[in-house]
Design a protein around this ligand. Structure first.
Ligand code: ATP
Ligand code: MG
Length: 586
């Protein structure tokens, strides 16, 4: 290919809203062009990278026995209604009608469609297992499309779905997909971690994400310094610390705490460690069909609520902050909510003056696991300006407990006892043990060995194909531009002719270009009638792995080979240059 013929509109300036290197360099390097918020055209260079990413994904999946298909992007709403997701998916799902009034959605993911397909054509256990995938458009009407290809509205995903006769076989495939994904991301030159992820209402360890480590990542991941434990913060677990602060000593009673509502103020007021303060986080839980309710989540004052865990604990689609007005309307006392009320005992020798009861607040209460049997807690008294001190929470044993806590840096690893810390990641892949979540409601079943009809046991596997372009650059760039790993570079090398008016230079450049092509190198010839410096700037911005520069020293039989990573220059004999570059590319 000749640079002079290709549409590569490199730009000096980055778009105003671009903050991430990947966004800036993809636009400035002429890879992509924004047509609307979160919607991009891929220009020739962008399309080439996209195709290389796709090819790696396809090669590895096919080698693992998966079969590529391509499903409609426009999908009937009816299927989404059957699975129950038409409501659940919320505003990200773009719904519309055709001219006859039939309802459709633009596919944000394709479980329903793929289950429908398997249900049609797979009838017997003899046809299982089956793993079907596509590399295709998705549309999600994201609330905040941003960061270029990182979070688009229209984007390209590889989505795969596997069908099995039983759980055991599905787990085998899940593990095969983990190995396959590792190969895929390694081939793209990415530094990544496989992390335990939120599995929503299904729970368990059946969901893993592939996180490319980058400060710009939108996901927080918890990693251990002592073992390979890594988890998305939404799913991270910890071990309870044995290093518990000394408990206060107080008899159960009500205490006047005028205007003292925050954990900080309370800790100061009572001179106690926040560990002994009961934190109440009130949320509005949103369910299907517009249903919502106030839920109170309780945890220790030294902990923070993890919202995804909290939403899962009540099966909610989402949580919103509850306003003071909403709490008051529900008969609650903002700032002083607690799960315990106290009752004065009949005066009797040796008997405590008060006993505790579970407060009847008329709204669901969920307690963090670390509160099981907690002693000497201070909690809101459900009365303005009062707290209860000395509360033992054994009385709550029959209430609902769940893991609600957001793991903090310095917490203890549940796997090995090491220390946990945070790092940032870009989610580029997600594998999920689905079970019969979709096959059952959609009535997709097969006849098993024993002649019984059973729903498919499924797994689902996604890769953010277009997001990968951004993720690669986030890890491979400098202050001049992208530095593509050869496996996904738009071209593996460029031959830059310093001055195209110099016939000797042009013909030597063409010779090296042809020699590289003959060696199977994916090469571009920069034959533009531009100044040398300008062409080198484009090389640095676009980020081809190598440049062969044909310049003034040609008369001495020399050219220069520039490695984009580190911009190291070495001289080579003109005759040898192609051989050397081919070798460097391996
Ligand atoms: P996120 O948490 O980043 O919103 P997700 O968990 O909703 O992603 P999945 O449903 O797991 O996404 O989709 C599979 C893959 O598709 C993700 O791992 C991610 O790489 C990619 N992806 C998801 N949303 C987008 C988007 N808006 N733009 C680009 N890629 C995306
Ligand atoms: Mg995901």
């Amino acid at each position: 290919m000749r640079f002079s013929k290709l549409l590569i509109p490199t730009l000096k300036e980055a778009p105003k809203d671009a903050v991430l290197p990947s966004h800036i360099y993809l636009v400035r390097g002429g890879f992509i062009f924004q047509v609307a918020s979160g919607i991009y055209d891929f220009l020739p260079l962008g399309k080439r990278v996209l195709d290389k990413v796709r090819a790696i994904v396809k090669e590895e999946l096919d080698a693992a026995g998966c079969q590529e298909v391509q499903l409609g992007f426009v999908t009937p709403a009816e299927l989404w209604k059957k699975s129950g997701r038409y409501e659940k998916y919320g505003a990200e799902l773009l719904r519309f009608e055709d001219r006859k009034g039939n309802e459709f959605v633009l596919g944000p993911t394709h479980e329903e469609m793929m289950v429908e397909l398997a249900g049609q054509f797979v009838n017997s256990y003899k046809q299982l297992p089956l793993n079907l995938y596509q590399i295709n458009l998705k549309f999600r009407d994201e609330a905040r499309p941003r960061f270029g290809l990182m979070r688009g509205r229209e984007f390209i995903m590889k989505d795969g779905y596997s069908f099995h006769a039983d759980r055991e076989d599905m787990v085998r495939e899940f593990e095969l997909m983990e190995t396959t994904y590792r190969k895929i991301f390694t081939r793209m030159g990415l530094d990544f971690r496989v992390v335990e992820a939120d599995s929503g209402a299904i729970g368990g360890e059946g969901s893993k994400e592939f996180m490319v480590l980058a400060d710009s990542g939108e996901d927080t991941i918890v990693v251990c310094d002592g073992c390979d434990y890594a988890a998305n913060i939404e799913a991270a677990r910890r071990s309870e610390s044995e290093d518990v602060p000394e408990a206060p000593e107080a008899d159960l009673t009500k205490f006047h705490t005028p205007g003292v509502t925050s954990i900080e103020e309370l800790a100061h007021f009572f001179h106690v460690d926040p560990y002994y303060l009961l934190k109440c986080v009130a949320k509005k839980a949103l369910y299907d069909e517009g249903r919502s309710e106030i839920v109170l989540f309780f945890l220790r004052g030294s902990d923070e609520l993890q919202e995804t865990k909290a939403a899962n604990s009540v099966g909610a689609n989402e949580l919103e902050d509850a306003t003071e007005e909403e709490l008051e309307a529900a008969g609650l006392v903002p700032g002083y909510m607690g799960p315990v009320s106290i009752m004065r005992n009949e005066p009797e020798e040796g008997k405590a003056p008060f006993s505790a009861l579970v407060a009847d607040l008329g709204v669901p209460m969920i307690f963090d696991n670390s509160l099981k049997g907690a002693k000497q807690m201070i909690c809101g008294a459900n009365e303005p300006d009062y707290h209860i001190v000395g509360a033992d929470l054994d009385i709550l044993n029959e209430e609902k407990f769940a893991d609600l806590v957001q793991v903090k840096e310095g917490d203890i690893c549940a796997k090995c006892g090491g220390r946990l810390s945070y790092t940032k990641g870009i989610e580029v892949g997600h594998i999920f043990q689905l079970g019969t979540r979709y096959s059952e409601p959609l009535g997709a079943s097969f006849l098993d060995r024993d002649g019984k009809s059973k729903p498919f046991v499924m797994g689902t596997y996604g890769i953010g194909v277009s997001r990968l372009l951004a993720a690669v650059i986030e890890q491979h760039h400098d202050d001049k531009g992208s530095i593509w790993p050869a496996s996904v570079a738009p071209f593996e090398a460029v031959v830059v002719v310093g001055n195209v008016k110099d016939e000797a230079q042009l013909s030597a450049g063409e010779k090296i270009y042809e020699a590289l092509k003959a060696k199977g190198v994916d090469v571009l010839l920069d034959d533009r009638p531009e100044r040398f410096g300008f062409k080198m700037k484009d090389f640095e911005l676009i980020g081809f792995p190598y440049a062969v520069v044909v310049g003034k020293r040609l008369s001495e039989g020399k050219v220069e080979i520039v490695a984009r990573a580190g911009l190291n220059r070495t001289e080579a004999d003109t005759e040898e240059a192609a051989e050397r570059v081919a070798k460097l590319l391996g």
